[in-house]
Design a protein around this ligand. Structure first.
Ligand SMILES: *Cc1c(COP(=O)(O)O)cnc(C)c1O
Length: 393
């Protein structure tokens, strides 16, 4: 794996995404959910593929067997179509003024939460639309009191040939906590919604409820399709789950040490001198900061791998750079620094960063970017032309 990561002309700081890991993870998820009969897999590639690059992640997911792709916005869906994806594709978060007609023309399935949205979609003609019901997250989707009205309106539009209701779905609030009582309650509510939809005469092609955690931990929630985001990128949707399944983190963030030097006992480090050397030591400068999505809260909290050694961040993370304690050593300028990765060389994982700054791995990988160059590699590919690169917008 590291062979492909070791670029002869390394960037100052870069994100390396192994698309083979995404392909592998999607295959594992597909096999896992299909144990008791066929269940389709939707790979969720919203938010630029959770920071991994939407188009490249989508292509890898399709190769790994993803039946569907899922995104939040119509713009994301249209970008996938513009990049050449032609498969089943669902989006689920529209705002007033969004161009449903463009989505429908591009063969994207859209989601309606309300009768007003359904009416708007019906007016286009020919839409394939899915209905989202709120079963307890209290986020998007029709509230329980509105289910009957939504289903009745959908059935009327369908009977008049104005649209086709292809799916009914919902989303969990606490699937990462399998024992949380909301899980049973939501699944029960979802089954009730499906009964009401059936009573209204709807006959959707797919019904779905599970995200990554539920796909892995809650087979009763699989229905026809599971929507997997975080696990597709090899990160843990719930503590301890991903390594057990053999999922592989796809993202490595690395940089080159810019300088190393000695500081004296008592010297303060970085803005505000929130850390002072207790004794003479050496420090190194890493050229990535909160302008690149490195959390400022990681100051005095996270560590990175410099050469072969784990080194703590000292003082505040700045906009463009941060300082690590080299504990007496003076590695040369250009020494590789791995900020995060799969963990197999001793580097911190996205989960380690999340733990250090009190967030979730989703936020760590999705926010890293800024000026970093993102480079895609394919460790399963034997061809020559295996890197694609671009600066992140
Ligand atoms: C983001 C998202 C998912 C994916 O969730 P993971 O926990 O990353 O698997 C699934 N469904 C919906 C509606 C989402 O917004």
């Amino acid at each position: 794996m590291i062979g492909a990561m070791t670029d002869p002309v390394p960037h100052r700081a870069e994100i390396v995404v192994d698309v083979a890991a995404i392909r592998h993870n999607v295959r594992i998820l597909k096999d896992l959910v299909s144990v008791d009969g066929p269940v389709q897999v939707m790979t969720v590639v919203k938010a630029d593929g959770y920071g991994h690059g939407m188009v490249e992640s989508a292509a890898a997911a399709r190769e790994g067997g993803a039946d569907w792709l899922g995104v939040a916005t119509i713009d994301e869906a249209l970008a996938l179509r513009a990049a050449g994806d032609r498969g089943p594709l669902l989006c689920w978060l529209s705002a007033p003024g969004d161009d449903f007609a463009a989505a429908v023309t591009a063969g994207v399935e859209v989601t309606a939460y309300t009768v007003a949205e359904l009416d708007e979609v019906a007016a286009i003609g020919g839409a394939r639309v899915q209905l989202k019901v709120d079963t307890g997250l209290s986020r998007g989707g029709a509230g329980r009191a509105d289910w009957r009205a939504l289903f009745a309106a959908a059935a009327a539009h369908e009977a008049a040939g104005r649209l086709r209701v292809t799916g009914i779905w919902s989303h969990f609030a606490a699937s990462d906590e399998p024992a949380h009582p909301a899980n049973d309650a939501q699944e029960t509510a979802f089954r009730e919604a499906l009964r009401l939809a059936d009573d209204a005469g709807l006959d959707p092609e797919v019904t779905h409820l599970a995200n990554s955690a539920a796909a892995i931990l809650r087979p009763s929630s699989h229905f026809d399709l599971v929507r997997c985001g975080i696990a597709s990128y090899g990160l843990d949707p719930a503590p301890g789950v991903s390594p057990r399944l053999g999922l592989r983190p796809a993202m490595t963030v690395r940089a080159r040490l810019v300088m190393s030097k000695a500081i004296a006992a008592g010297d303060g480090v970085s803005y505000g001198h929130t850390w002072r050397a207790g004794h003479d030591t050496t420090v190194g400068l890493v050229p990535a900061g909160y302008g690149d999505g490195i959390p400022r809260a990681a100051g005095n909290a996270a560590s990175v791998l410099v050469g072969d050694s784990l080194r703590p961040i000292r003082g505040r993370v700045c906009m463009d750079q941060f300082v690590v304690d080299l504990q007496g050593e003076l590695p040369p300028t250009g020494t590789e620094v791995i900020l995060l990765g799969a963990g197999d060389q001793g580097e911190p994982t996205a989960q380690d960063w999340a733990d250090a700054v009190d967030t979730i791995s989703y936020e760590i990988v999705t926010r890293v970017g800024g000026r970093l160059v993102r480079r895609h590699v394919d460790t399963e590919d034997t061809g020559e032309d295996d890197t694609i690169e671009g600066t992140i917008r």
